[in-house]
Ligand binder design. Structure first.
Ligand SMILES: *[C@@H]1O[C@H](CO)[C@@H](O)[C@H](O)[C@H]1NC(C)=O
Ligand SMILES: *[C@@H]1O[C@H](CO)[C@@H](O)[C@H](O)[C@H]1NC(C)=O
Ligand SMILES: *[C@@H]1O[C@H](CO)[C@@H](O)[C@H](O)[C@H]1NC(C)=O
Ligand SMILES: *[C@@H]1O[C@H](CO)[C@@H](O)[C@H](O)[C@H]1NC(C)=O
Ligand SMILES: *[C@@H]1O[C@H](CO)[C@@H](O)[C@H](O)[C@H]1NC(C)=O
Ligand SMILES: *[C@@H]1O[C@H](CO)[C@@H](O)[C@H](O)[C@H]1NC(C)=O
Ligand SMILES: *[C@@H]1O[C@H](CO)[C@@H](O)[C@H](O)[C@H]1NC(C)=O
Ligand SMILES: *[C@@H]1O[C@H](CO)[C@@H](O)[C@H](O)[C@H]1NC(C)=O
Length: 413
């Protein structure tokens, strides 16, 4: 086969290499016409930089494409309803499908390997056909789709990035078999009742779990980067195998959380921050092995009980503020004076326990009594905002070359 093609209207040259008869390589090419799309289907391997966009395309039939070696971006169309990639075995480059608002089905029957796959802003996408599924993957992102399951997308033991967010019909994510995540695992804002199982996970670099109703990760021993648990509605979380977190531990806005087990955690490389967990009162046993926090400690809430019996060293500022009159700052103050808490600022505050109230009804206590302060507390900037893991960078960084109607691509065989 011999190819040569010119994108006339925009003056962009789409070089097609004859190369091996198997591969078509394109320099940056934007395709908007249906005929040009169907011509691409004569390429078993798509290489180079290809964008397909616009409302003149109906279904995309790429049933002859076996490999995507280049960067293929399908974006911004409200007319494409189906994509057939049923012979595609391998994405060694990247495939991203973004803002195809009417797309409801993708046939990935043969797909087993994906270096980079993103399915983003596809509010009609409910059907994904995979047969044996993806067993080798670099980065997988599934965001804002109508999928109700990840079946076939996650048949791997290890992955670089898995980011599944804002898929409101996904109410269960079972990643049995997933052992390690070398960069980021983000499972956020799917169905409010989403249950997550990470039973084989031993370590992840960054782990972010948000808006989840159940989490199991009892084999997790290490989070090399940061651990974030936020906006969840589970009552308890068992991370009792977790020994170390290389970055920060951030636990906030979990409204129903009463019980956190971090009973093996020895070391936190960044900061420890807990706030806005309205029902979390007992942290008496949560941090029983914690020896060292390299960053700051910033904890607030209606906390009756908080002890750090194994603590050796907090390098950063320390700020603890409880609204519960059950809490007594004296142990923390002792640890401060012993030198276990080294940061510049130390602040522990809790209301004084009311002496007048007897056994029952101790809520009527006076406020702000024994607030104890050694120096001004440092402001910790919290830039966490709900939905921040959504796929918001829709069109940025994308160069659209708008083509004339029938223009585009001439493939000469
Ligand atoms: C998306 O496509 C529509 C219709 O083809 C077009 O008007 C709009 O400019 C495109 N938007 C972007 C960001 O490319
Ligand atoms: C997604 O969920 C909505 C309501 O939560 C439901 O009406 C719709 O049928 C679901 N879609 C699929 C594909 O399951
Ligand atoms: C973990 O997340 C932080 C903050 O988003 C990022 O800077 C860091 O590169 C991530 N680590 C890895 C291994 O991806
Ligand atoms: C996970 O934990 C269970 C029991 O806690 C154990 O039987 C199993 O071997 C562990 N799996 C891995 C991969 O460590
Ligand atoms: C993360 O920590 C585990 C356990 O300490 C270690 O085996 C693994 O190599 C670390 N991963 C990275 C990417 O540093
Ligand atoms: C905690 O709650 C306060 C008051 O509702 C809010 O202003 C703040 O942004 C919340 N912070 C976090 C980290 O959720
Ligand atoms: C504090 O925690 C300990 C150990 O978990 C528990 O026995 C005790 O009842 C708790 N006290 C309060 C006031 O919650
Ligand atoms: C210590 O914390 C309390 C409660 O948050 C606050 O009112 C007080 O201003 C803090 N003290 C200093 C010196 O920052």
């Amino acid at each position: 086969m011999k190819f040569s093609s010119v994108l006339s209207a925009a003056g962009t040259l789409a070089v097609a290499s004859a190369a091996s008869s198997n591969s078509c390589s394109f320099s940056k090419t934007t395709i908007t016409a249906a005929t040009a799309v169907s011509q691409l289907n004569s390429c078993p391997t798509l290489d180079g930089d290809i964008q397909i966009s616009g409302d003149q395309i109906g279904a995309i039939d790429f049933s002859s494409v076996k490999e995507i070696a280049g960067d293929v971006k399908l974006f911004n169309s409200s007319s494409v309803t189906e994509i057939n990639l049923n012979q595609l075995k391998k994405i060694s480059g990247s495939l991203s499908i973004d803002a195809y608002t009417q797309l409801h089905a993708i046939d990935f029957t043969s797909l087993t390997e994906a270096q980079k796959l993103s399915l983003v802003s596809l509010p009609s996408l409910a059907l994904l056909n995979l047969n044996s599924g993806i067993s080798k993957a670099g980065t997988i992102e599934v965001s804002d789709t109508a999928l109700s399951s990840l079946r076939g997308l996650t048949n791997f033991n290890t992955v670089g990035v898995l980011n599944v967010n804002n898929n409101k019909n996904i109410s269960s994510i079972d990643l049995a078999g997933l052992d390690t995540v070398s960069e980021n695992l983000i499972l956020s804002f799917n169905s409010d009742h989403c249950e997550i199982k990470l039973d084989d996970l031993a370590w992840a670099s960054n782990l972010t779990i948000q808006d989840v109703s159940e989490l199991s990760a009892s084999n997790l021993t290490s989070v090399n980067g940061s651990l974030q648990l936020a906006y969840n509605n589970f009552n308890s979380v068992d991370l009792s195998s977790l020994k170390q977190v290389g970055g920060s531990v951030l636990i906030f806005a979990n409204d129903e959380l009463t019980d956190v087990d971090l009973g093996s955690l020895k070391e936190i490389g960044g900061e420890l921050r807990l706030m806005n967990n309205t029902d979390l009162e007992d942290l008496g046993n949560t941090f029983k092995k914690l020896e060292e926090v390299k960053g700051a400690v910033n904890i607030r809430g209606a906390i009756a009980n908080f002890t750090l019996p194994s603590l050796d060293k907090v390098d950063g500022d320390f700020s603890f503020s409880s609204t519960s009159d059950e809490f007594d700052c004296s142990d923390l103050k002792k640890q401060r004076s012993k030198g276990d808490i080294e940061g510049h600022n130390f602040n522990c505050s809790a209301p004084t326990k009311s002496k007048s109230s007897s056994s029952s009804g101790s809520k009527s206590s006076t406020k702000g009594g024994s607030s104890s302060t050694d120096s001004s507390s440092s402001g910790s900037s919290s830039s966490d905002s709900k939905k921040s893991n959504g796929a918001s960078t829709l069109y940025t960084s994308m160069m659209v070359v708008s083509c004339g109607v029938a223009a585009a691509l001439a493939i000469i065989i």
